[in-house]
Write a protein that binds this ligand. Structure first.
Ligand SMILES: Cc1cc2nc3c(=O)[nH]c(=O)nc-3n(C[C@H](O)[C@H](O)[C@H](O)COP(=O)(O)OP(=O)(O)OC[C@H]3O[C@@H](n4cnc5c(N)ncnc54)[C@H](O)[C@@H]3O)c2cc1C
Length: 567
């Protein structure tokens, strides 16, 4: 499986399974211990969390994958100077693979704690390990045989939700589209499934989940980070969009014990963008998903933990320790908190809008959405940059894009480079002064009508996909009562409290789109996430000074009692 037709196999194998030099192994020896295994001994199994790193000193190991609980293939053989591990080595997620000794083998075993120390202290070795881990995961993603089998309809909301979650978490998977693949229909019938049970996820160990929600799905895949009430992190970052991921990278790289807690999957709003062209250092643009993937690996490389599909529902502070209460009742504790919960898309005010939200209305325009609109007419609503980008991206595959804006032109809301590309584009029509007035269809959206306010005329088109990109509202419900918010719900910060990112509750910082007055851009969000860590350091170094300048919410108590502000 770890072979490629496109590349010289030798070169590719070297990249996937590099051999460490003798001097590198000597340096690694300081972090591990030598051990021996006999033939056919299991070093780790699929589903195990926190597996160690093994370097083969003499002997041979096999890396195997499973499907439906059975061994399905030998993915690789590792011999002298090669090492184990793929992306799970950098996180505490469950391993996707098994590792078994082929014959008596001498190994260098580096345990997790030492592995983390190694990754920080030996950057050249960390680079070799990280690159190999990322490449190995990419191979698994391309093959997807040992991942999740998703059975559903590609265009159906709940199926898209699960697929998006798997994509954003770089989890190997394959979609069997009932609308397009005969194999899918046969499997659907042979499993005795009903329409109400869709989408169905067949997990690699054979378990079958019917219409799982994201939390249940993540738990079953071992993607979550178990809450450990005994651990107190130096910093907890809430939200893993660009600002939260940047905060996690900087905090972990500077030696703070760090957890990032994300309600869905990493990437945030940026993950909804097919191509970010104005982020420094990427002259040809980068997709939001790729940017998030890279940042996630970077944060984990430095030892940050990442809990996905974990919505924070409230926060309280007791004896200088914050408790972040999750929706499932569990909690994480930390000495400081960075709020990076960004914003979520606004919705159109139409009677049957919610029904079509899962059946034709989208808030992201990535390759996944583009695939379901190929050759069709689509509508993009909004006059900002995200709408402009979506229109241009979708025009590559859609038959035609209708861009609807309420204003008379784009000048005051969209960047000039996007306006230039949209104006005169043969596959994009700009409809100014226009608002959608009705959506209709059956189980899916089929027809959309919009009105031009300047003339009162209405246009109806057979359109099955509408992309709504009309700005966003802050994700701050979980903070109500804990910190001061502005009238629109954004978190107020004030430099006079110690840092630009200081909120009204000492030790609680806000960065990125969620912060009142911030520039709503990827670069600004990432910059704020990074910069706030300096303030976190200062706070952790001088907690008393900050405590005395406390501006606590109404329902909090001082003097060693909990300032309980769960919401
Ligand atoms: C389609 C689109 C295209 C864009 N294109 C560009 C572009 O080209 N260039 C540019 O500079 N900007 C662009 N932007 C804007 C940019 O994406 C945002 O400014 C940036 O993502 C803000 O980052 P953030 O981390 O502050 O917040 P977000 O990206 O909003 O991330 C917040 C994260 O917090 C999580 N979260 C929310 N509530 C909770 C909770 N209670 N518990 C746990 N987690 C929670 C969310 O799930 C989310 O992942 C675009 C935005 C969109 C929507």
């Amino acid at each position: 499986m770890f072979q490629s037709k496109a590349m010289n196999p030798e070169t590719k194998a070297d990249q996937l399974f590099p051999r460490l030099s003798e001097s590198t192994i000597r340096r690694l020896a300081a972090y591990g211990e030598e051990c021996s295994v006999v033939g056919d001994e299991t070093l780790f199994e699929r589903g195990t969390r926190g597996v160690d790193l093994f370097v083969v000193l003499n002997g041979e190991l096999e890396i195997r994958g499973k499907r439906n609980g059975h061994l399905f293939s030998v993915l690789a053989r590792l011999s002298d100077s090669q090492f184990t591990g793929e992306l799970d080595l950098l996180s505490t997620r469950e391993s996707l693979l098994d590792c078994i000794s082929v014959r008596p083998t001498r190994l260098l075993r580096i345990r997790r704690d030492e592995f983390r120390r190694l990754m920080r202290a030996e950057p050249d070795i960390a680079e070799i390990v990280t690159k190999a881990c990322v490449r190995r995961r990419n191979e698994l993603l391309q093959d997807a045989t040992g991942g999740v089998l998703l059975i559903g309809r590609r265009t159906c909301g709940p199926t898209m939700l699960l697929q998006r979650f798997l994509l954003r978490n770089s989890y190997p998977h394959r979609l069997l589209d009932l609308a397009a693949e005969i194999d899918a229909v046969e499997l659907f019938e042979s499993l005795g499934l009903s329409e109400e049970q869709l989408p169905v996820a067949v997990l690699p160990d054979g378990r079958v989940l019917h219409r799982p929600n994201i939390i249940n799905f993540a738990d079953n895949l071992g993607l979550n980070e178990p809450a450990d009430p005994a651990s107190v992190y130096d910093v907890a970052v809430v939200g893993a969009g660009p600002s939260g991921l940047a905060a996690a990278v900087y905090a972990a790289s500077e030696g703070l014990t760090t957890i990032a807690i994300e309600g869905n999957a990493p990437g945030g709003q940026a993950g909804a963008s097919s191509k970010i062209e104005n982020y420094l250092g990427f002259p040809t643009g980068i997709s939001g998903q790729e940017l998030a993937e890279r940042a996630q690996v970077q944060a984990q490389k430095f030892g940050a933990r990442l809990a996905v599909s974990r919505n924070v529902a409230g926060v309280c502070k007791k004896d200088n320790i914050f408790q972040l209460l999750l929706e499932d009742g569990s909690s994480f504790s930390a000495r400081s908190v960075v709020i990076a919960t960004g914003a979520r898309y606004r919705k159109l005010d139409l009677p049957n809008y919610e029904f079509y939200e899962t059946q034709g209305i989208h808030y992201a325009a990535t390759a996944m959405e583009a695939a379901i609109c190929t050759g069709e007419e689509v509508i993009v609503v909004g006059g900002g940059n995200s709408a402009g980008q979506a229109a241009l991206f979708l025009s590559q595959t859609a038959h035609h894009v209708h861009l609807l804006i309420r204003r008379s032109n784009l000048a005051s809301t969209m960047s000039d480079y996007l306006i230039q590309r949209i104006t005169g584009h043969s596959k994009i029509t700009l409809h100014s002064n226009s608002t959608i007035v009705s959506l209709s269809g059956d189980s899916i959206l089929r027809e959309v009508t919009w009105e031009k306010s300047s003339t009162g005329s209405c246009t109806t088109r057979q359109v099955r996909n509408v992309f709504v990109m009309i700005g966003a509202s802050p994700n701050t419900e979980w903070l109500r009562g804990a910190v001061e918010l502005d009238t629109k719900g954004f978190v107020k910060t004030d430099p006079s409290r110690g840092s630009t990112y200081s909120t009204t509750l000492p030790g609680l910082f806000a960065v990125g789109d969620v912060r009142a007055g911030s520039t709503k851009r990827v670069a600004a969000a990432a910059g704020e996430g990074a910069a706030a860590i300096a303030a976190v350091h200062a706070y952790l170094g001088q907690p008393k000074e900050f405590e005395t300048s406390s501006v606590l919410p109404e329902n909090s108590k001082v003097g060693g009692t909990a300032s309980r502000t769960f919401v």
